[in-house]
Design a protein around this ligand. Structure first.
Ligand code: NAD
Length: 271
């Protein structure tokens, strides 16, 4: 049975103790994050009520390639989404992960997010499974553009911009439904999952495959599993610790608890 912190108003002391203890006792921790870690930065997730997919229909990659009308819809969606990302700042959840990495307690962040907030918070090893919204590329030759350059073209009337070198469509460097996953990132994430002894899942509904297979793989290879998510996920049954509370305050409290409870670091002997 997982230790379940789903009843009270906040993650209770038992669950924070347990979380701090897991951090202390495990040497190879990975974090798997989803849209839920960025809601406290003002970026809506996709599946919560009022989330992005309740207001928009996803555009499949094959449709994007085949139809100019689909590309026009794609760019309308992307520009609205980018407005959320552009000025967003990392929150306590992102910062807690960066802090754990700096303390040598976190090997990598494996993220489904495309907002770049982990890197802005200071995380150095970030594996982006679904690409990034902070760059645009030609789907033919790969030439890269900033979103601002592409948005300027759209605003001046070019509603579905093509590459000025090869004429193929431009697309944000995100992975759409129907588009192959980035092989190098998936391989690296799978490798880290098989080697991890602790896997933290933060803010993911765990329904988007194959990304959601990463925490499953970690668990199958013996890692302990901590899930912090407001709503139930299909992997809750396998969690060693389940917290249904806001990520920012939970992570902040767990990292402080961990810092207070760990033995003092040996000081450098300069003699
Ligand atoms: P999702 O929208 O399917 O699930 C998010 C989960 O986070 C929900 O179950 C929700 O209950 C939980 N949640 C939201 N805020 C929370 C909080 N403050 N504390 C605790 N839990 C919270 O997200 P997903 O699983 O990442 O899958 C959606 C896909 O959408 C991903 O592939 C991702 O690429 C993309 N996406 C990314 C962003 C982003 O980059 N910020 C935003 C929206 C969607």
């Amino acid at each position: 049975m997982p230790l379940d912190a789903t009843n009270g108003g906040e993650a209770d002391l038992n669950s924070l103790d347990c979380f701090a203890c897991l951090l202390r006792e495990h040497r190879s921790t990975i974090a798997f994050t989803g849209a839920g870690i960025s809601t406290e930065s003002g970026i809506p997730d996709f599946r919560s009520p009022g989330g992005f997919w309740s207001r928009n229909t996803p555009i499949d990659f094959r449709e994007f390639v085949a139809s100019r009308a689909a590309r026009v819809r794609f760019w309308k969606q992307r520009m609205a989404m980018y407005r959320d990302y552009q000025h967003a700042q990392p929150n306590d959840g992102h910062r807690a992960l960066a802090q754990l990495e700096q303390m040598g307690k976190l090997t990598a962040v494996i993220t489904q997010n495309i907002d770049g907030l982990h890197q802005i918070a200071g995380s150095r090893r970030v594996i982006e499974l679904h690409g990034t919204a902070r760059m645009v590329a030609c789907i033919g030759c790969g030439k890269e553009w900033t979103p601002q350059e592409v948005h300027a073209r759209i605003e001046s009337g070019d509603e579905a911009p093509d590459c000025d070198d090869c004429g193929q469509p431009l697309k944000s460097k995100t992975i759409s439904f129907g588009q192959p996953m980035p092989a190098a990132e998936m391989n690296e994430a799978s490798r880290l999952a098989t080697q991890a002894d602790l896997c933290l899942v933060l803010g993911s509904s765990l329904v988007v495959e194959p990304a959601a297979s990463i925490p499953r793989l970690a668990k199958q290879h013996g890692a302990k599993l901590v899930i912090i998510n407001r709503e139930p996920t299909p992997l809750d049954y396998a969690a060693d610790l389940l917290v249904r509370e806001p990520i920012g305050e939970t992570m902040c409290a767990a990292v402080s608890q961990f810092c207070c409870s760990r033995p003092p670091q040996a000081s450098v002997d300069s003699g």
